[in-house]
Design a protein around this ligand. Structure first.
Ligand code: SF4
Length: 250
């Protein structure tokens, strides 16, 4: 049996933790994943791993995993070649859009699709050709305002400011729950340890949220806001900054 170590990144969520996978090749040339661990040498995640990544081998080895396209014929599913599937999908999509308009086709992309090189680099070509306005994703649910403000302020939707969580002494979190999301857009594996490190060096974590979230529960201060009152809160903050001369030019 031959054991090999592979260093990879977990693609399941925003945190992109570094993983060390061990595979074992049997004498019959079969390959099995025999261990999945957090990679302590990954400078970002520093060995952190969560149960989802440990279970990656269950996805890999799931007997129900699809390895080729399936076509439903009556109540049965039949495997078909990729070429046939491409032709079928192209014909059906074109027919639906010809009959009902471009927007009759909707797309939903799950979160891992932005952690996959193939989808990230090529899906836009396909989606652009579809010319539908009905595109939904984790982005359209929770982060398009980030992209819009970055576009308006810095000229590109992906010029995203990242909080320096490892060096800040005051972390103000507005409506975020990084303990659940691992920091949407800010990418913070093992965020609980990083937030506790702020507190350990004498800093403060303040959460503004109408809900007592997991992050709020560990914050130094949790400020409830009435749902829908976010804009008033932000205007109040801006007003105080200018009224008390707390702004600076650069
Ligand atoms: S937090 Fe878990 S799911 Fe997310 S990247 Fe890390 S190991 Fe993967």
């Amino acid at each position: 049996m031959t054991k090999t170590l592979h260093h990879r990144a977990c693609h399941l969520c925003e945190a992109i933790c570094g993983l060390t996978l061990e595979t074992t090749q049997g004498e019959d040339a079969s390959l099995a994943i025999t261990s999945i661990k957090g990679d302590p040498l990954d400078t970002f995640s520093r060995g952190h791993i969560c149960p989802k990544a440990v279970a990656l081998q269950d996805i890999q080895n799931d007997p129900d995993r699809l390895h080729q396209p399936m076509l439903r014929v009556g109540s049965e599913w039949q495997p078909i070649p990729w070429e046939d599937a491409f032709v079928l999908v192209a014909e059906r999509l074109a027919a639906i859009q010809t009959r009902h308009g471009q927007n009759a086709v909707a797309v939903y992309q799950g979160n891992p699709s932005v952690h996959n090189y193939g989808l990230m680099t090529h899906s836009n070509y396909f989606l652009g050709q579809l010319k539908t306005r009905n595109r939904f994703s984790a982005t359209s649910v929770d982060q398009l305002p980030h992209h819009l403000t970055s576009h308006l302020m810095y000229g590109h939707g992906l010029l995203l400011p990242i909080p320096d969580i490892d060096h800040t002494d005051f972390m103000l979190i507005l409506g975020g729950n990084p303990l659940a999301s691992n920091g949407s857009i800010m990418t913070v594996p093992d965020v609980e340890k990083r937030l506790k490190a702020i507190q350990a060096r004498g800093g403060k974590v303040v959460v503004v949220d109408p809900r007592r979230s997991e992050t709020a529960a560990m914050a130094d201060q949790h400020l409830f806001v009435r749902p829908g009152g976010d804009a008033a809160l932000l205007f109040g903050l801006l007003n105080t900054l200018f009224a008390e001369n707390l702004t600076r030019d650069s």
